[in-house]
Design a protein around this ligand. Structure first.
Ligand code: NAD
Ligand code: UFG
Length: 338
C-alpha cells in the first residue's frame, strides 16, 4: 500500500511526507519543481531515515502520471500540486485554471485508469469567500470568491463533489486550510518563498532577519480588537498530521467531505508581530499601511468537524509557531540555497 503525494516537495507537502513516513506509510512523490527544490525531499529523507520514490513530473502530463501509477500500487493520492499566489492569479488566470483545474482533471483520469479513486485535496478557507461570518463551518455556502486562485479551489471542490455523486467508489476529502505557518522543529524544512513574500509570516521573518527593512501592516481600521486583520494561523506540522488522519478517513469512506483544518482561534496582524517579538526577542520594524484590496477583516475556523470525523485537532501553540518559524529562518537565511 502506498500514498501518492503530488506537490510533495513544497512547503506543506514536505512536512506531510515526513509525518506519513513517521506513521509508517509508504509514499511516492511527484513534483515538477515549479515552486520547490530537490533539497527539501533530501532533508525529508535525512530526517526520516527512509528512502522513497520521487518522479519529476507535471501532473498535467497524463502519460507520465500513468507511468507512475503503473509502477506503484497507489491506494490514495494527497493532491498538493498547484499554484497559490493570489495576485499572480489575477494577472494570469489561464495559467491558474490550466495548472490547478486541468491538472486535477488529468490526475483524476490517471487515478481512475489505474484503479485508484481516493483523493485528499488541498482546498482553502478562501472558498468561504467574503460573505460568511467566522467561525466558518463546512456547511456554509461557498463560491463567493474574489480572485482566480480562489475560484480554482472552489471549482475543483465542485468537480470532486460531482465525481463522488456519479462514482460510488470515489472518496474525496476536501481539506480547507486556514493560514499555515511554522516549520518542522528540527529547523531543517520550512517555507522557502520565491521573490517578495505575499503572506504575513514569511514577510515578517525576512524583516526579522534583516533581509527587508519593515513590515507593512495592511490596514488598522478593520472591525477587530485592534483594527488589524484576524486570521486562524495553524502550525504546518499540525496541518501535516491532519493529512495522515485524512488518509485514514479516505481509505474507509466514500463520498465528498469538506473538512476545515484550523485551530479555531484568530490572531490579528499586530498580535502576530508582538508575539513574535516577545517569544523570540527579535524586533520586527513595522508601519501601518493602507488596506490590501480583497482582504477581509476576520477569518477563522470552526474546527469541530475535523475533531469529530478525523479525531484530529491542532496541538501546537502560537509560541511553537513563532519559535519554529524563526529556527527555520535563522538556520536557513537563504532557504534551501545554502
Ligand atoms: P508550494 O508551492 O510550496 O507547494 C506546491 C508544490 O506543487 C510545489 O512543490 C510545486 O513545485 C508543485 N507543483 C505546482 N504545480 C505542479 C504541477 N503542475 N505538477 C507537479 N507539481 C506541481 O505550496 P504549499 O504552501 O505547500 O501549498 C500546497 C497546496 O495547498 C496548494 O495547492 C495550495 O494552493 C494549498 N493551500 C496553501 C495555503 C498556504 O497558505 N500555503 C493555504 C491554502 C491552501
Ligand atoms: N498582512 C499584512 N502585511 C503583509 C502580509 C499580510 O498586514 O505583508 C496581513 C493581511 O492583510 C491579512 C493577514 O496579514 O490580514 C494574513 O495575510 P496572508 O497574506 O498571510 O494570508 P491571507 O489570509 O490573505 O491568505 C491566505 C493564503 C491564501 C488562502 C487564505 C485562506 O495566502 O492562499 O489564506 O484563508 F486562500
Amino acid at each position: 500500500m502506498a500514498i501518492l503525494i503530488t506537490g510533495g516537495c513544497g512547503y506543506i507537502g514536505s512536512h506531510t511526507c515526513l509525518e506519513l513516513l513517521s506513521a509508517g506509510y509508504d509514499i511516492v512523490v511527484v513534483d515538477n519543481y515549479y515552486n520547490s527544490k530537490p533539497e527539501a525531499l533530501k532533508r525529508v529523507k535525512e530526517l526520516s531515515g527512509k528512502e522513497f520514490p520521487f518522479y519529476e513530473c507535471d501532473i498535467r502530463d497524463e502519460e507520465g502520471m500513468n507511468a507512475v501509477f503503473a509502477k506503484h500500487k497507489i491506494d490514495a493520492v494527497i493532491h498538493f500540486a498547484g499554484l497559490k499566489a493570489v495576485g499572480e492569479s489575477v494577472e494570469k488566470p489561464m495559467m491558474y485554471y490550466d495548472n490547478n483545474v486541468n491538472g486535477t482533471l488529468v490526475l483524476w483520469r490517471a487515478m481512475k485508469n489505474n484503479g485508484c479513486s481516493r483523493i485528499i485535496f488541498s482546498s482553502s478557507a478562501t472558498v468561504y469567500g467574503s460573505e460568511n461570518a467566522s467561525p466558518l463551518k463546512e456547511d456554509l455556502p461557498t463560491g463567493a470568491v474574489t480572485n482566480p486562485y480562489g475560484r480554482t479551489k472552489y471549482v475543483i471542490e465542485e468537480i470532486l463533489k460531482d465525481i463522488c455523486v456519479a462514482d460510488k467508489d470515489a472518496s474525496a476529502v476536501l481539506l480547507r486550510y486556514f493560514n499555515p505557518v511554522g516549520a518542522h522543529a528540527s529547523g531543517r524544512i520550512g517555507e522557502d518563498p520565491n521573490g517578495i513574500p505575499n503572506n504575513l509570516m514569511p514577510f515578517l521573518l525576512q524583516v526579522a532577519i534583516g533581509k527587508r527593512e519593515k513590515l507593512s501592516v495592511f490596514g488598522n481600521d478593520y472591525d477587530t480588537h485592534d483594527g488589524t486583520g484576524v486570521r486562524d494561523y495553524i502550525h504546518v506540522v499540525d496541518l501535516a498530521k491532519g493529512h495522515v488522519k485524512a488518509v485514514e478517513y479516505a481509505l474507509s469512506h466514500t463520498g465528498a467531505t469538506p473538512i476545515n483544518l484550523g485551530t479555531g482561534t484568530g490572531y490579528s496582524v499586530l498580535d502576530m508581530v508582538t508575539s513574535f517579538e516577545r517569544i523570540t526577542g527579535v524586533p520586527v520594524p513595522h508601519v501601518i499601511a493602507p488596506r490590501r484590496p480583497g482582504d477581509i477583516a476576520t477569518c477563522y475556523s470552526d474546527p469541530s468537524k475535523a475533531k469529530e470525523l478525523l479525531g484530529w485537532e491542532a496541538e501546537k501553540t502560537l509560541e511553537d509557531m513563532c519559535l519554529d518559524s524563526w529556527r527555520w529562518q535563522s538556520q536557513n537565511p537563504k532557504g534551501y540555497d545554502e
